[in-house]
Structures are given as structure tokens and as C-alpha cells.
Design a protein around this ligand. Structure first.
Ligand code: SF4
Length: 103
């Protein structure tokens, strides 16, 4: 069975959605309901959010089902990512990624 991959773009940011990877944590629609609404089709709309809001929220997706394809990612001198791993007692690892903008 072929994996489904969908892309949603705004300005220079593209959100990549891989539903097979989703673990239904609800981080996305609880964290940024203006962009992520599982009751709507398409469930991702980027019209009313900034590129920074989108990128920050996507980085909180624990499964990698959401990711960013950004033109600025190609400019390694302008954006880098920081990763923090939190061990939750009796639970899974929580991985936080965030973009660090360099001027
Ligand atoms: S944050 Fe990621 S894993 Fe959680 S519901 Fe959204 S897409 Fe799925």
C-alpha cells in the first residue's frame, strides 16, 4: 500500500503531512486550532496563522507525521534546529524541536 503524503503551503513554508506516522497525540489541533482542525477538510489550513506559528507547532508533533519543508532550510546559515529530549516517568520520551533563527 502506497504511503500518503500531503503538502500544505504558505509563503515559503510547506507543511508535510504523513498520516501513517500519526499517533493521535492531538498536539497540533490543541496547540494551533486556527490551522489544524480534524473535523474539517482539508484539515490543515494556513491562511490565518503566521509562518512562525506554523513552524513552532509542527515542531511539537511527537511522531514526525507533521514536518516542515522550508525554503529557508536550504540556507543553513539562517535557520538551525535545537532538540530537547524529556524522559516522562512511566511514559514515552517527549522530543521537542525548535527552530533557532540567526540574523
Ligand atoms: S501532533 Fe502529530 S502525532 Fe499528534 S495528532 Fe497532530 S499529526 Fe498526529
Amino acid at each position: 500500500m502506497e504511503d500518503i503524503i500531503k503538502e500544505y503551503s504558505k509563503d515559503d513554508v510547506t507543511v508535510v503531512w504523513q498520516p501513517k506516522k500519526c499517533i493521535h497525540s492531538a498536539n497540533c489541533w490543541r496547540g494551533l486550532p486556527k490551522a489544524f482542525n480534524p473535523k474539517e477538510k482539508p484539515w490543515i489550513t494556513l491562511d490565518n496563522v503566521s509562518s512562525e506559528e506554523i513552524m513552532e507547532q509542527v515542531m511539537k508533533c511527537p511522531s514526525g507525521a507533521l514536518s516542515i519543508k522550508s525554503e529557508s532550510e536550504n540556507k543553513s546559515e539562517s535557520v538551525k534546529t535545537d532538540t530537547e529530549i524529556v524522559i516522562i516517568k512511566n511514559g514515552p520520551l517527549q522530543i521537542k524541536r525548535k527552530f533557532v533563527y540567526q540574523t
